[in-house]
Design a binder for this molecule. Structure first.
Ligand code: FE
Ligand code: FE
Ligand code: ZN
Length: 285
């Protein structure tokens, strides 16, 4: 069954229950949340997050633990070799976010690999591997799904090769997966109008069995621009048909698709985007 949803909020007073209600209001059968504000470390106590009620509502609507995706806070930067503080804070925060995500009943957590801040991607990758080994030493439950990045600034993870290097170097590769963000890979230089080629590359370099989550976004910028600005579905350079093909490709049927498209005039576009993608009629290519 097609699993598709969007980024959802997690706010007072209902927290996770409110997130699931929001997802259902979009006609979604999957969702992604931050466990708290992505830019700070303040977190609501777990017993106030309505986890059980959220799970009951998920169950009622046939959503399971694979359909609740967590996004790690983006202030975590395991690739920073220039400031020990940043690395240490990232490791500590990631450890507590892993525990929190497991308590939320999630199976996957999306993580930006990090930015090497000028030290070069080789040192950045080494540092990411060190950080992942630290946080995964006690983790045998939550898969950390490294996100493919646009290559803005000094971002690591701008090629499938860089992601593959990280996975091949960690002590527990089985606890890593990959989040493929369509806007990011477009901006990184991959041409999604040739999905067969992109998937063949991904399979050869990383392995399709490692694909855990898809972030489905159009892009405001052309292929290879290294910008990372998301566009609404069909309003960008990737285009509706290429995104709809991803949604309905049998090779990707088991992978949850999450929209992170921008609000339109202050309103979430997800209801309509999900409907359009579900009902897309694919032209032959
Ligand atoms: Fe992300
Ligand atoms: Fe993303
Ligand atoms: Zn992005």
């Amino acid at each position: 069954m097609l699993k598709i949803g969007s980024h959802c909020g997690m706010n007072a007073p209902n927290y996770l229950l409110g997130s699931v209600e929001e997802a259902l209001s979009y006609g979604a059968n999957a969702l992604m949340v931050y466990t708290g504000a992505p830019q700070n470390t303040r977190r609501q106590a777990l017993d106030k997050c309505n986890i059980e009620a959220a799970h009951a509502l998920m169950l009622e609507h046939n959503l399971d633990q694979h359909d609740l995706i967590i996004h790690a806070p983006y202030l975590i930067n395991l690739a920073n070799t220039k400031k020990a503080d940043t690395f240490d804070l990232g490791v500590d925060l990631l450890k507590s976010e892993i525990e929190r995500s497991i308590a939320f009943g999630a199976k996957y957590m999306v993580l930006h690999p990090g930015a090497h801040v000028g030290a070069g991607s080789e040192l950045g990758i080494e540092s990411i591997v060190k950080g992942l080994d630290l946080v995964n030493a006690d983790n045998d439950q939550l898969v950390i799904a490294l996100e493919t990045m646009a290559g803005k600034g000094t971002e690591v993870g701008r090629t499938f090769e860089e992601i593959a290097q990280i996975i091949s170097k960690v002590q527990k590769p089985e606890m890593l997966g990959v989040t493929l963000d369509t806007c990011h890979i477009n901006d990184a230089g991959y041409d999604l109008s040739d999905l067969d080629q992109v998937l063949a590359d991904f399979d050869q370099i990383i392995g399709l069995d490692k694909l855990s989550v898809i972030h489905l976004n159009d892009s405001l910028n052309p292929i290879g621009s290294h910008k990372d600005r998301h566009a609404n579905i069909g309003e960008g350079t990737i285009g509706f048909d290429n995104l709809a093909r991803i949604v309905h490709d049998p090779r990707l049927a088991h992978v949850v698709k999450i929209l992170e498209t921008p609000y339109i005039d202050g309103n979430p576009p997800y209801d309509e985007e999900i409907k359009a993608l579900r009902n897309a009629e694919l032209s032959k290519k």
